[in-house]
Design a protein around this ligand. Structure first.
Ligand SMILES: NC(=O)C1=CN([C@@H]2O[C@H](COP(=O)(O)OP(=O)(O)OC[C@H]3O[C@@H](n4cnc5c(N)ncnc54)[C@H](OP(=O)(O)O)[C@@H]3O)[C@@H](O)[C@H]2O)[C@@H](O)CC1
Ligand SMILES: [K+]
Length: 493
């Protein structure tokens, strides 16, 4: 969908593996060599020459990768000591071949022999991969615990050992990795916030699995990454401000006018031809002074919004940032639902109003974009025990109400009315700062005004918002960046 990559299950990965072996064709041992070489090339971006490295391998193909990685690192004159944790008598065929290709492997065949790993700088975790069948216990769990207790940096091959690929892991013995280098696709598990302790950072390397086959697999989950830029249309040479739509931002209350300024400015920066900002009277001078490029309309009331302006001339509307939930403002949302006939973004207090008047949820305009963070979402649909349940509810909500939900988190997820779920890969913790969400609302509304479809606007907006945040973090650092830095680094292209 939109040229974005599908996220597939462990089972589908095995099918893609077998399909590639048969149809490329390539032998499975050569595919393992390719994967191991790609892993080594990725980690060699860092200078490892003075590091003492342990490669902790299991008996399956993940272990086979680990043994090959140790050999390839040694061929680069890097000290990498392989350990085979023999928790089963028989090694997989390719693991056995790679075992035979190494001159020296320390074989550990019982719990008692597990070495103290604290003298190593770096541990490469190749104990278990996507073949995990059950929670790690006994010998395997003890080895995982030894890796975690070592104090060394840990890089995991494909997935941290002990972590389930497609569902929430409740086990206590899971490798806590600093980096995962995953083959071909990120795993579903990488997008569960619950797995944060096991995955500080992940990257994906291409190992040449058949892409066409992967994209044909039944999956409704996608990776939202730089490929979304393909959806961005170039601006026409002969065009004028009227060509790029007129957006209306409804936002602000006394003491919250910054939200109105940020959301309106972000809307302009996303390329909307014209932006009008509807604010309470107290916001008139603030808005006109800080954002001369926007037009300003005011409510009759001074401190908060109590009514709506005429809506006919706008191509898209964004409502919610800094709006407040004053009793006189609440009815504005239901009135908007009755009168609106253009795409709309509902954010912040517009969502809080929805959660105090749940009967309004049934009236959400078709194709509306809702941008809750987790707490706002839970207030609307009820508490979820974990991310997996919340993602299901998110997909269900989108289908039932024919709308798009942008659930804001470290990996923001975007659900559409067809049941698809897109996981964003841009952004950083520095973006957890006041006003960041207001900026996103402005960006998405601005894209809607330019006639992008709601799902396109949500995908382009979320990815570029994160990207601008990454540039801001690079400039100012995650601690010091603020929401206006995100706007200043926005570059949709
Ligand atoms: N996909 C690709 O394209 C490519 C994949 N590649 C690599 O292959 C990896 C997948 O390999 P894999 O399927 O051999 O599984 P893996 O994770 O090594 O473990 C299986 C072994 O562990 C055992 N076992 C399971 N759970 C257990 C537990 N809790 N406690 C104890 N034992 C447990 C299980 O035993 P069983 O359940 O059968 O008793 C079996 O013996 C993948 O992650 C990637 O690194 C690349 O080489 C090339 C291309
Ligand atoms: K692993």
């Amino acid at each position: 969908m939109f040229g974005l990559r599908k996220i597939i299950s462990a089972k589908q990965t095995r099918l893609a593996d077998a399909y590639t072996i048969e149809n490329e064709p390539v032998s499975s041992i050569d595919l393992m060599e390719r994967a191991s070489t790609a892993f080594v090339n990725e980690i060699l971006q860092e200078d490892l020459s003075n590091k003492k490295i342990a490669v902790v391998c299991g008996v399956g193909n993940n272990g086979g990768d680990g043994l090959a990685v140790a050999r390839i690192l040694q061929s680069h004159n890097i000290e990498a000591q392989p350990f085979l944790i023999q928790f089963k008598d028989k090694l997989s065929d390719d693991c056995q071949i790679n075992f035979n290709r190494l001159e020296q492997v320390t074989v550990i065949s019982s719990e008692k022999e597990i070495p103290d790993l604290s003298s190593f700088d770096l541990i490469i975790d190749a104990l278990l991969g996507t073949g995990l069948q059950r929670e790690a216990e006994g010998f395997v769990a003890q080895t995982i615990n030894a890796i975690n207790a070592s104090g060394a940096t840990v890089y995991a091959i494909d997935i941290p050992s002990g972590l389930f690929c497609d569902e929430i892991t409740n086990a206590s013995s899971v490798v806590q990795s600093d980096l995962v280098v995953s083959f071909q696709r990120p795993k579903k598990a990488f997008f569960f916030p619950e797995n944060n302790a096991y995955i500080q950072q992940w990257r994906v390397v291409d190992i040449g699995l058949d892409e066409k086959f992967i994209q044909q697999q039944e999956s409704h989950q996608y990776v939202l990454d730089e490929k979304v830029s393909l959806l961005v249309k170039s601006r026409k040479r002969y065009s004028h401000k009227g060509s790029y739509g007129h957006a209306l931002m409804i936002s602000g209350a006394y003491g919250m006018m910054g939200a109105a300024v940020l959301t309106s400015e972000a809307c302009l920066r996303s390329g909307a031809g014209l932006v009008s900002s509807y604010v309470p009277k107290c916001g008139y001078e603030i808005l006109q002074t800080s954002l001369p490029e926007a037009m300003c309309l005011t409510d009759t009331q001074y401190e908060h919004i109590t009514s709506l302006p005429e809506l006919e001339k706008y191509n898209a509307i964004g409502i919610g940032p800094g709006l407040g939930t004053n009793p006189d403002t609440i009815h504005v949302v239901s009135e908007l639902f009755e009168r609106i006939n253009v795409p709309v973004v509902l954010d912040a207090d517009a969502l809080n109003i929805l959660s105090t008047k749940l009967e309004l949820i049934a009236e959400i305009p078709k194709n509306a974009i809702l941008t809750p963070h987790i707490k706002e979402f839970d207030r609307m649909v009820g508490f979820s025990v974990n991310a997996q349940e919340r993602f299901q509810k998110q997909q269900q909500f989108s289908k039932e109400h024919q709308c798009i939900v942008v659930l804001k988190d470290a990996h923001t997820s975007i659900s559409d009315a067809q049941g698809n779920l897109f996981f964003n890969t841009s952004g950083n913790p520095g973006m957890a700062t006041g006003g960041s969400g207001d900026v996103l609302t402005g960006i998405i509304t601005g894209l809607l005004a330019q006639s992008y479809s709601p799902i396109e606007a949500a995908l382009i907006g979320v990815y570029h918002h994160g990207l601008a945040g990454d540039v801001a973090a690079w400039q100012k650092g995650q601690y010091s960046m603020i929401a206006s830095d995100i706007i200043n680094n926005l570059r949709i292209a």
